[in-house]
Design a protein around this ligand. Structure first.
Ligand code: SAH
Ligand code: SF4
Ligand code: F3S
Length: 482
């Protein structure tokens, strides 16, 4: 998935330097690839750059700085960056003809994994900066302006988040009423297929105080829904008033913050779903009844080869316990097909676990061998045609389950967080407890309200509430200019 990030306006950066010295203002274009943690990081880099006088632009041609925040999880994701850099090279040459200098920076997991190789392969790149050193972005850019090519992929000992400027209230509001908040980074699990432990380093938890402080700032600026992020968010561990707390305890503390109406967290590892976290699902209405809990495969043989360190049956029992604590909770997951050595029988076990759980949504991927990971060296790679056929079958089953889940919501009432105006004047768009976009009547509530609506029908990717249907006249003439 490619997500273009929105960037801050410098006047709101909480840094007077921007307003004082930034005439004419420099412009930065940030493009974000990969997971939500990259989305969050791009926002924080945007905040840091705002302090340096950079205003955001949605138009790459206008940018003085192009920043790609990259993902290394699968080969396709990484290769995309090089084709993008090819296009940027032409753009830079074009700007140079007009006498304008454009700097190009590569951040994120490709930066961490490939480092100086990126500059060798794409000479257009001026700066390579890894995910642990974003707080050094301003200094690195100063060196680039001094004519240096900079590669900074250290694992910094200090917490980058403690050193990155916070977004101002106006900027937080501009980003919307639902916000991400990274609480944990890195991974110690070393699944044999995965690059994350190498690109993001060891598991590190942010402190309770830092998290509560940031969440209060979000709430004061009007944020109603906070999604806690971490590569293994449920491995988060902290201390509060002298006692050890896990993610369940953290969620209880966050639930007390006035203004916050909804909490979510992602992504979790089955081995880190402890009792306290399951009890939080039982006790906290504010914690949305939706859980992304990847299992990757339904075959014990493959789970073992993946180093997931649990069996299919353990996962099923865990889901039972979660559902007992929070009846009606919607489950989501990730699956990999075509892991080295996966037989038809192994794949059928994956189909079986999907049928047994019944997912509201799930993501599935063809195994992609990643350099430096143990699975890439296994001889028994599955032929591409076989993996493609398996992926099609699995995705068909997942699609059928998610459609059935959406259909089961038709005729029910649910709380919806109103997020933005809709396509037509009388519509707003909100979010269901299960993350579906919901189209509802504008009269139902304003942005930031949580309103109770009845679901009239399901569209292909969204739910339509009573009153949210486009009116015939609007369909023909009232299309809004977005
Ligand atoms: N920490 C999360 C996953 C992060 S990566 C977890 O453990 O669940 C997101 C997803 O990408 C993974 O769940 C996995 O399904 C997929 N993925 C990771 N490495 C992959 C690879 N080499 N090939 C294909 N899919 C992969
Ligand atoms: Fe990757 Fe496994 Fe860590 Fe998830 S738990 S980030 S899949 S190594
Ligand atoms: Fe990709 Fe890095 Fe996230 S590899 S999925 S951007 S942690």
């Amino acid at each position: 998935m490619t997500l273009r990030n929105e960037l801050p306006v410098p006047a709101d950066a909480g840094d007077a330097r921007a307003a004082e010295t930034a005439l004419p203002t420099k412009k930065v274009f940030i493009k974000t690839y990969g997971c939500q943690m990259n989305v969050y990081d791009s926002q924080r880099m945007g905040d840091a750059l705002a302090g340096e006088g950079f205003a955001p632009t949605e138009r790459i041609e206008d940018a003085d700085l192009v920043l790609l925040n990259t993902c290394h999880i699968r080969e396709k994701a990484a290769e995309k960056i090089y084709s993008e850099l090819g296009r940027i090279r032409l753009l830079k040459a074009e700007a140079a003809r007009e006498g304008r200098n454009v700097n190009v920076a590569v951040a994120g997991c490709v930066a961490q994994a490939e480092g100086a190789e990126i500059i060798k392969r794409a000479s257009v790149v001026d700066l390579v900066i890894g995910p642990q050193t974003y707080h050094r972005l301003p200094q690195a850019l100063a060196r680039v302006r001094g004519g240096e090519r900079v590669v900074d992929t250290d694992y910094a000992v200090e917490d980058k988040f403690d050193h990155l400027p916070k977004a101002g209230a106006q900027e937080i509001r501009r980003r919307g009423v639902a916000a991400f908040l990274t609480v944990q980074e890195g991974c110690d699990k070393f699944c044999t297929f995965c690059v994350v432990p190498y690109t993001r380093g060891a598991e590190v938890s942010r402190s309770v105080e830092a998290i509560l402080d940031e969440a209060r700032g979000l709430a004061q600026a009007g944020v109603r829904e906070v999604t806690l992020l971490g590569q293994n968010v449920n491995a988060w561990a902290g201390e509060y008033e002298g006692r050890a707390v896990g993610l369940g305890g953290l969620l209880r503390l966050l639930a007390e913050i006035p203004g916050i109406a909804r909490l979510r967290y992602t992504t979790s590892h089955p081995r880190d779903m402890d009792d306290a976290l399951i009890e939080a699902h039982r006790d906290l209405d504010i914690l949305m009844p939706y859980l992304h809990l990847p299992v990757q495969s339904g075959s014990d043989r493959i789970l073992k080869a993946m180093n997931r360190r649990h069996k299919a049956e353990d996962y099923l029992r865990l889901v039972d316990r979660i559902r007992a604590a929070r009846p009606g909770i919607a489950m989501s997951g990730d699956f990999i097909v075509g892991f080295p050595g996966e037989t038809d029988e192994d794949f059928e076990a994956t189909m079986r676990i999907v049928r047994d759980v019944g997912y509201a949504s799930a993501f599935s991927f063809k195994y992609s061998p990643r350099p430096g990971t143990p699975a890439a060296d296994i001889d028994a790679q599955v032929p591409d045609a076989v993996a493609t056929e398996r992926l099609d079958r699995l995705q068909g089953l997942i699609r059928a389950q998610s459609t059935a889940f959406m259909e089961s919501l038709v005729g029910t009432r649910m709380d919806v967080l109103v997020e933005k105006t809709g396509r037509y004047d009388h519509q707003m768009v909100g979010r269901s407890p299960y993350l579906h976009p919901v189209v509802l009547a504008a009269s139902a509530g304003a942005v930031g309200d949580v309103v109770s609506v009845s679901i009239a029908r399901n569209g292909p990717n969204s739910l339509i509430a009573v009153g949210g249907e486009p009116e015939a006249a609007e369909l023909s003439s009232l299309r809004k200019i977005a």
